[in-house]
Design a protein around this ligand. Structure first.
Ligand code: HAX
Length: 439
C-alpha cells in the first residue's frame, strides 16, 4: 500500500471511531431546524451533510481543512522556482488532513504522472462526436468512457466486503485525477487545434503538465494553472458539483459515475458554466457599446439592462457567501502582478467597482459581490486561452481534487445511501395547519 494511502486510512479509522462515539452519545441532539421556505428554496442553510475536506464561512469564504486561500498560497509546497501552490498539495491536505511536505507532494506528482495515460478507446469515442459538441459534454462523455477502468466497479462485481470499499475508491480516485488533464487537453486540442495533441511531460507537476498539454510553455501561465487548480478544487459539500458527486456515490456508483454526475451539474450556468457566461456577457457588452473599454457609466447601464431583461449578471451572487469571494481576490492579486493592463482584466475590475451597489439596490439579491467565476476568464483570455466554452472544463479538472477526496472519505467512513425526505405541497399545508385544497 502506498504511504499516502496508509496515512489516509489511519486518519479515517481514527475519525470513524470518533464519529461512532459522537453518534452513540449525541445522535439525538438537534443541530438545526427546517423552515417551510427552506424546503421550497433549494434547502439553503439546512445542516444535513458531512464533508470533511473544506468548510465555507459566509463572511470569510472557504477554508480547506482550516486553512484560508491566502494561508494556502503561503504554506503549500511550490514547484522549483514557482510562486503558487501545487494543487497536489491541496489534494493531500484534503485527503489526509495535514499540510504535506515537499517530498509528499513530489511523490504524489510522480504517482499521478505514472497513472496518467488515457486508454485509446476514450479518444476514439470523443473523435466520433460532432465537433460542435460543448467541451463539458465531451468531458463528461470522456469520464464515462474512462469508467471501463474502474477498480471499484470490478471489485464490487467480484464481491468485496464493505470494509474494503474505501481502498478501491481511493485507487479509482488517484487514477481518475491522474488522467483528467490528458483527457481535458485532448478535448481542447481536438476542438480548437485541429486534433494535434501534445505528449505529456512526466517530469512536470500535475498542473504544469496540463498547461503543457494544452499548448502553453509560458511559466507565468503554469503559475496561473497551479493557482487556478488550487482555488477551484472544493467549496464544502452542498454546492451542486460536490453534492451531486456525493449523492450519486452514495448509491455505491463508482467514482467515475459519481464524478460525471458532478460534472454535468458543474456544466450549469448558475454553477461552473458561469465562468464562460461572464466572458460572453462582457463580450456582448463591448460589442453592443462598440468599445473594448466601456466606461463605468456604460457598464452600470448595461448591468441595469441585464436585470431589466430578467437575466442574471454572471459572476455575481452566491448561495452561501455574503462578501467578495476570496477566490476572486486571489485571482485579482495574481492579475495585479502579471497582467494589470490586460483589457479584459481591467473590464472585470471596472465591473467590480459598479456592480455591487446596483445589485444591492434591487433589494432581493442576497450577495451583491463577485464570485470565483467573475475573474477567471479574464486571466485565461490574457494568456490567449480565449475559447470560453472550455473554461468550465478547467474548473472540472480542479473540482475533481475536492469531490473525489470527499468520496474517499465517504467510503472510508461508511456513509450510507443519501435519502432525504421530500414532501408534497398538500402535506406542507397539513403541517402548517391550513385546510386542504380540493385536488
Ligand atoms: N444577477 C441577477 N439576479 C440575481 C443574481 C445575479 N447575479 N444573483 C441572485 N439573483 C436573484 C436570484 O435569481 C433570485 O431572484 P428571484 O427571487 O427572482 O428568483 C434573487 O436574486 C435571490 O437570489 P439569492 O438568494 O441572492 O441567490 P441564490 O442563492 O438563489 O442563487 C446564484 C445563487 C449563484 C445561483 C445567483 O447569485 C446567480 O444566479 N448568480 C449568477 C450566476 C453565477 O455567477 N453563478 C456562479 C456562482 C458560483 C459558483 O457556483 N461557481 O461555480
Amino acid at each position: 500500500m502506498g504511504y499516502i494511502k496508509e496515512r489516509f486510512k489511519e486518519k479515517a479509522d481514527a475519525l470513524g471511531a470518533e464519529i461512532k462515539d459522537i453518534l452513540s452519545q449525541h445522535g439525538e441532539k438537534v443541530i438545526g431546524e427546517v423552515k417551510v421556505s427552506q424546503a421550497y428554496q433549494g434547502m439553503r442553510g439546512i445542516p444535513g451533510l458531512i464533508t470533511e475536506t473544506s468548510l465555507l464561512d459566509s463572511e470569510e469564504g472557504i477554508r480547506f481543512r482550516g486553512y484560508s486561500i491566502p494561508e494556502l498560497r503561503e504554506l503549500l509546497p511550490k514547484a522549483e522556482g514557482g510562486i503558487e501552490p501545487l494543487p497536489e498539495g491541496l489534494f493531500y491536505l484534503m485527503l489526509v488532513g495535514e499540510l504535506p511536505s515537499k517530498e509528499d507532494v513530489d511523490h504524489l506528482s510522480a504517482v499521478l504522472a505514472r497513472r496518467s495515460n488515457v486508454p485509446k478507446h476514450v479518444f476514439n469515442i470523443l473523435d466520433k462526436m460532432p465537433v460542435s459538441t460543448h467541451p463539458m459534454t465531451l468531458f463528461s462523455i470522456g469520464v464515462m468512457a474512462l469508467q471501463t477502468e474502474s477498480k471499484f466497479a470490478k471489485a464490487y462485481k467480484d464481491g468485496i466486503s464493505k470494509k474494503d470499499y474505501w481502498e478501491y475508491t481511493y485507487e479509482d480516485t488517484i487514477t481518475l485525477i491522474a488522467r483528467l488533464p490528458q483527457l481535458a487537453a485532448y478535448i481542447y486540442r481536438m476542438k480548437y487545434h485541429g486534433g494535434e495533441s501534445i505528449e505529456p511531460d512526466a517530469d512536470l507537476d500535475w498542473a504544469a503538465n496540463f498547461a503543457h498539454m494544452l499548448g502553453y510553455e509560458d511559466k507565468s501561465f503554469w503559475a496561473l494553472m497551479r493557482l487556478y487548480m488550487t482555488i477551484h478544487a472544493d467549496h464544502e459539500g452542498g454546492n451542486v458539483s460536490a453534492h451531486a458527486t456525493h449523492l450519486v456515490g452514495s448509491a455505491l456508483s463508482d467514482p467515475y459515475l459519481a464524478f460525471t454526475a458532478g460534472m454535468t451539474g458543474l456544466a450549469g450556468p448558475l454553477h461552473g458554466l458561469a465562468n464562460q457566461e461572464v466572458i460572453g456577457w462582457i463580450e456582448d457588452m463591448c460589442e453592443e457599446l462598440n468599445t473594448q473599454e466601456p466606461s463605468q457609466e456604460q457598464i452600470a447601464q448595461y448591468i441595469k439592462d441585464t436585470l431589466a431583461a430578467g437575466k442574471v449578471v454572471p459572476g455575481y451572487g452566491h448561495a452561501v457567501l455574503r462578501k467578495t469571494d476570496p477566490r476572486f481576490t486571489a485571482q485579482m492579486e495574481f492579475a495585479k502582478v502579471h497582467c494589470p493592463d490586460a483589457p479584459m482584466v481591467k473590464n472585470v475590475w471596472k465591473i467590480y467597482e459598479v456592480a455591487p451597489d446596483i445589485l444591492n439596490a434591487t433589494g432581493k439579491i442576497k450577495n451583491p459581490w463577485p464570485n470565483v467565476d467573475a475573474h477567471s476568464g479574464a486571466l485565461l483570455t490574457h494568456y490567449g486561452l480565449v475559447e470560453k466554452e472550455f473554461y468550465t472544463v478547467l474548473f472540472g479538472v480542479s473540482r475533481a481534487l475536492g469531490v473525489l477526496a470527499s468520496l474517499c472519505w465517504d467510503r472510508a467512513l461508511g456513509l450510507p445511501i443519501e435519502r432525504p425526505k421530500s414532501l408534497t405541497t398538500k402535506r406542507i399545508k397539513e403541517m402548517i395547519g391550513e385546510t386542504e385544497v380540493a385536488s
